[in-house]
Design a protein around this ligand. Structure first.
Ligand SMILES: [Zn+2]
Ligand SMILES: [Zn+2]
Length: 253
């Protein structure tokens, strides 16, 4: 799926798990004005691959209100802005799953371009990494495009984040980076995984501040218990489900 769509910058998909759930209807009902139709309250998502690392910057929005967020704007901000325009949505906030440059390098520029929308996440343990993005970019040979970033709201385990009236539960999952978080929408059985778990792989743990043991523990004790039916978008590569990874992922099977 990922390779077949190569060359198309904007990938819009509608995973089955994102169909309207009972709870989703209630949640959106509470967040919208009384006159708003409650018929459709599901998320739609589009992925914009950004940076030389092909990071899955994700637009997520409510189909009814056309309000949403940008997850992990690592760079290539003009492409992200074009995608926002193309799908015709209003962005109310930026979410960050962790502090690595390919996920946060465009956050400051995008925040400014969108009228100073708030940035939420990751956990504060990644603050130092985010303050050194420009240095890291130079190290990786991609200077100039990715900028240092900070957050308006650092998250801790158990926090909730709201996007267009939908709630995400925050799971602090250190290991790939100290401040990595997974964001879980229980109503639509959907998660934003960052670089914690991929289709067939897990986040790398060979960088400073990483811990393989911590990552495996976080996946096994926090991510897998979310349930086999949960669909997730991850930082790189195709989407998957927790059930698929539980059965076939060599790092955790
Ligand atoms: Zn990362
Ligand atoms: Zn990444």
């Amino acid at each position: 799926m990922y390779g077949a769509e190569k060359g198309r910058r904007l990938r819009i998909f509608l995973p089955r798990a994102l169909s309207v759930g009972q709870n989703a209807k209630n949640e959106i009902g509470a967040a919208m004005t009384a006159s708003s139709p409650a018929a459709s309250s599901r998320f739609n998502a589009a992925i914009v691959p950004v940076t030389p690392f092909q990071q899955n910057c994700t637009l997520l929005w409510d189909e009814t209100t056309k309000v949403g967020c940008v997850v992990d704007p690592g760079g290539d901000v003009p492409d992200i802005l074009a995608a926002i325009k193309e799908v015709g949505i209003r962005i109310e906030k930026i979410l960050l799953t962790h502090g690595h440059l390919d996920h946060v390098g465009g956050a400051a520029e995008l925040k400014a371009a969108l009228g100073n929308v708030p940035i939420e996440g990751p956990h504060k343990a990644d603050a130092m990494i985010m303050a050194n993005v420009e240095k890291q970019a130079a190290t990786y040979g991609v200077p100039g495009t990715m900028k240092n970033a900070t957050s308006d709201r650092w998250l801790v385990d158990g926090d909730t984040v709201s996007v267009a009236g939908h709630t995400f539960e925050i799971l602090h999952c250190p290991g790939h980076s100290p401040g990595s978080v997974v964001m879980f929408n229980r109503a639509q059985r959907f998660a934003l995984m960052g670089d914690v778990l991929f289709q067939g792989s897990i986040g790398r743990t060979d960088l400073p501040g990483c811990s393989h043991d911590q990552l495996i523990t976080a996946i096994k004790t926090k991510v897998l218990p979310l349930g086999d039916d949960v669909t997730f978008i991850c930082g790189h590569g195709p989407t998957s489900t927790i059930g698929e990874e539980r059965l076939s992922n060599p790092y955790i099977a």
